[in-house]
Write a protein of this length. Structure first.
Length: 399
């Protein structure tokens, strides 16, 4: 308020209003005190504390908007509409029939291509006459990891029959921008089709995308005919691939459809992906404020379901948390059949479940996903992880 009043009004107002002239010195002192108080409040996160104490009067309206079918349809695509992508919203997310959604936007702003001869770029215009599937993914994304076996199977089955798959690797984390890390992920998942490193999210933006994974199916004329966001819908997508291949070449002899198990978890049945970086912390269940910097934490007496808490001295960075000195602990309460953690660095992570069973996981190198549990059915559980100094914890994922 002092900034607003005095910056906009200026000395002119003070000089014209008698009451201000007579009390100018006092007003300046009061404004200075207010500015100092504001700075101190910002340092100690007072505004955030006040925000948490105030009731959220807009939540019913937000929920009503979120539950609206019309709003959900309108929000399927991101913003930044251009002449290239303006017709994409003619597609319906996950439709079971072919649609016509304009000429496919170009692949642009790519830092590097992998799995192409001499790293050559792939131009969509050169692929006219072929069916193209564009897959937006990131190698540490658990949703992508469950989707990739389907994409790899489609590539292997239909590659010689007119299908070209292009992976657009759009990073969520900084470490996912490293070509070596992506190349290792490509090898792990058995990907043989071209992969573009969209490190600045230029192609992601050009396709108005905002999901990992996301599939855009393009016909032989270069028109987008199908868009599917997130996991699932694999049978419908494959059927539409087959239809477009037959449209492109009526004489094509297609084999039977692929038979990859759909491991998409039921919506809401598992704990949501949990991030430990200060820029995107989700599901923190501790009692202290969670913020960037080095702080001491302790486990709460009653930790909520589907949350994590810290114990010991931790340094919280933008994208990860790491013990400040020695070792420190993480307690994770979850609902899932599969539990994985994305960590980096070097050290031995000790994992104990709620029954006292213990396992040791050796962490060595760049960030990657490590399995903590693989069960047959979704169930509630808890892990306590002892993290040594030198290991960075990025996130926990669930399936």
């Amino acid at each position: 308020m002092p900034l607003l009043v005095f910056a906009l009004a200026g000395r002119g107002v003070i000089e014209r209003i008698r009451a201000f002239r007579s009390k100018e010195r006092a007003l300046r002192i009061a404004a200075g005190i207010a500015m100092i108080a504001l700075a101190v409040g910002l340092v100690f996160n007072v505004p955030q504390a006040l925000q948490r104490l105030l009731p959220d009067y807009t939540s019913p309206l937000q929920q009503e908007l979120a539950d609206s079918e019309e709003v959900s349809d309108a929000l399927d695509l991101g913003g930044l509409v251009t002449d290239e992508n303006k017709d994409l919203d003619k597609c319906t997310n996950g439709a079971e029939e072919l649609e016509s959604c304009g000429t496919a936007p170009s692949i642009k702003g790519i830092e590097q291509w992998l799995n192409t001869p001499d790293g050559q770029a792939v131009d969509l215009a050169s692929l006219r006459g072929k069916v193209v599937l564009i897959d937006f993914w990131a190698y540490s994304c658990i949703n992508c990891q469950r989707s990739l076996p389907h994409v790899v199977a489609w590539d292997e089955t239909y590659r010689d029959l007119g299908l070209d798959v292009i992976g657009i690797h759009s990073p969520e984390y900084a470490f996912e921008k490293d070509p070596g890390n992506v190349a290792a992920g490509i090898a792990d998942f058995g990907i043989e089709y071209p992969v573009a490193l969209d490190n600045n999210l230029a192609t992601w933006t050009n396709y108005r995308n905002r999901y990992w994974p996301a599939h855009y199916l393009i016909d032989a004329e270069g028109t987008v005919r199908h868009i599917s966001f997130g996991e699932g819908n694999y049978a419908a997508t494959e059927q539409l691939i087959r239809e477009l291949l037959q449209d492109a070449d009526p004489d094509v002899q297609l084999p039977g459809a692929t038979d990859v198990v759909d491991e998409t978890p039921e919506v809401g049945s598992t704990t949501r992906e949990t991030f430990l970086g200060s820029s995107k912390d989700i599901n923190f269940g501790g009692e202290a404020a969670y913020r960037a910097g080095t702080h001491e934490y302790s486990f709460p007496q009653a930790q909520p379901d589907d949350s994590f808490a810290l114990d010991g001295d931790w340094t919280v960075e933008t994208q990860f948390a790491t013990p400040a000195e020695g070792s420190a602990r993480v307690r994770l309460n979850y609902h899932a059949a599969e539990v994985r953690m994305v960590v980096a660095g070097e050290g031995e992570v000790i994992v104990r479940d709620e029954n006292g069973r213990e396992q040791s996981i050796r962490v060595d190198g760049t960030p990657r996903s490590y399995g903590l549990q693989q069960a047959d059915a979704v169930a509630a559980g808890s892990f306590t992880l002892e993290i040594p100094a030198g290991v960075q914890v990025y996130s926990f994922t669930f399936g």
